[in-house]
Design a protein around this ligand. Structure first.
Ligand SMILES: [Zn+2]
Length: 300
C-alpha cells in the first residue's frame, strides 16, 4: 500500500469537515459576531483590522471576487450616487481644477508646451485630419448658426459700419501703409505666402525650422542652387519643395531647398527622383520641362 499521500488526504478531509461545520453554523456564527460587535465595537473593529493586515492577499482575493460577482450592482450604485450628486460633484471638480491650475499654472504651461513640441507633427496631422474629416459638418454648423442666431448685436453692426466708412475714407493711406510694411518685411511676406500656398494645396504644414532656414539663407549675400550648383545672389533665391506640394510633399524645413529661378521653374511639379536623372545641360538645351512663366510677386 502506498501511504505517501495520507497526510494530504487527511488535511483535505479536515478542511472539508471544517467547511461543512462553518456552513452548518453560519447563522449562529454571524449572530455571535454581531453580539460581539454590539458589546465592544472598537475591539471587534480592531480585531478585523488586525486580521486584514495579517491576511492581505486573502482580503484582496475576497474583494476581487466580490467585485467580479456584483459588478453591475456596484456600477449601478455608483451611477445612482453620481446622478443624485451630479451638481455638487461637478462644481467640486471645477473648483478643484481651477485652484489646481492657479497653483500650478507655470508648470502646466511648460509641460503642455514640451508635450506639444515633442509631438508637434502627430498633433498637427491629427488636427488636420480632424479638420478635413469634419469640414462639411463645420460648414453646416456655421451656416445654421448664421441662419438662426447669427444676428450681430446693434452696437457691433454700428461699429462695423463706422469702421468700413473709416476704411473707405482712408483707403489710399491704409493701402500705402500696407505696401510699405510689405516692402520693409519682404522675408516675412515670403514666408506667409509660402505657408498660404501650402495650405491652399492642403499640404501638411510644419513651420518648425522654416523660419531659421529661410533667414539663414537670406542673411548671406550669395547662395548655391542645390540642383545646378550655381551661385546666385540671395535676393534672387527661390525656395523649392523637393517633393512638390501637389505630389503630397510637406511644407517643412526638411522638404525645402535653395534653388535658382531657372531650376525651380523648370523642375515645376517633377518628382525629385525623375528630376535628378535628367542631365542639367540637356535640361537647358531642350528647355524641359517647359519653362513656366513666373507669377507676379506678392510684394509689388
Ligand atoms: Zn539651378
Amino acid at each position: 500500500m502506498n501511504f505517501t499521500s495520507a497526510p494530504e488526504v487527511e488535511s483535505k478531509t479536515r478542511k472539508e469537515y471544517l467547511r461543512q461545520w462553518h456552513l452548518r453554523n453560519k447563522e449562529r456564527r454571524l449572530k455571535a459576531r454581531q453580539a460581539r460587535y454590539q458589546n465592544d465595537p472598537q475591539k471587534e473593529n480592531a480585531r478585523s483590522k488586525a486580521w486584514a493586515a495579517k491576511n492581505k492577499d486573502k482580503c484582496r482575493g475576497y474583494n476581487k471576487a466580490y467585485r467580479a460577482k456584483h459588478r453591475s450592482k456596484i456600477q449601478q450604485n455608483w451611477s445612482n450616487y453620481y446622478a443624485r450628486n451630479k451638481a455638487r460633484i461637478l462644481s467640486q471638480k471645477k473648483g478643484y481644477n481651477q485652484s489646481f491650475y492657479a497653483a500650478n499654472r507655470e508648470i502646466i504651461r511648460v509641460k503642455h508646451s514640451v508635450y506639444y513640441r515633442k509631438n508637434a507633427e502627430r498633433l498637427r496631422a491629427q488636427a488636420r485630419t480632424h479638420r478635413l474629416k469634419n469640414l462639411e459638418k463645420r460648414q453646416r454648423q456655421c451656416r445654421a448658426w448664421h441662419a438662426t442666431k447669427g444676428k450681430l448685436p446693434e452696437f457691433v453692426v454700428r461699429k462695423k459700419q463706422s469702421n468700413s466708412k473709416l476704411y473707405y475714407r482712408n483707403k489710399p493711406n491704409i493701402l500705402a501703409r500696407h505696401r510699405n510694411w510689405r516692402k520693409l518685411n519682404r522675408d516675412k511676406c515670403r514666408l506667409y505666402k509660402m505657408k498660404r500656398r501650402a495650405l491652399e494645396k492642403k499640404a501638411l504644414v510644419n513651420l518648425a525650422g522654416i523660419n531659421a532656414f529661410v533667414s539663414s539663407v537670406l542673411s548671406k549675400a550669395k547662395a548655391q542652387c542645390s540642383y545646378c550648383n550655381e551661385w546666385i545672389p540671395s535676393s534672387e533665391v527661390h525656395f523649392d519643395h523637393i517633393v512638390p506640394l501637389s505630389k503630397g510633399g510637406e511644407h517643412s524645413a526638411a522638404n525645402l531647398c535653395v534653388s535658382c529661378q531657372t531650376c525651380n521653374l523648370r523642375k515645376g511639379r517633377t518628382l525629385p527622383e525623375i528630376w535628378m536623372r535628367i542631365p542639367k545641360g540637356i535640361v537647358k538645351l531642350l528647355n524641359f520641362p517647359p519653362r513656366i512663366r513666373p507669377k507676379r510677386s506678392f510684394t509689388r
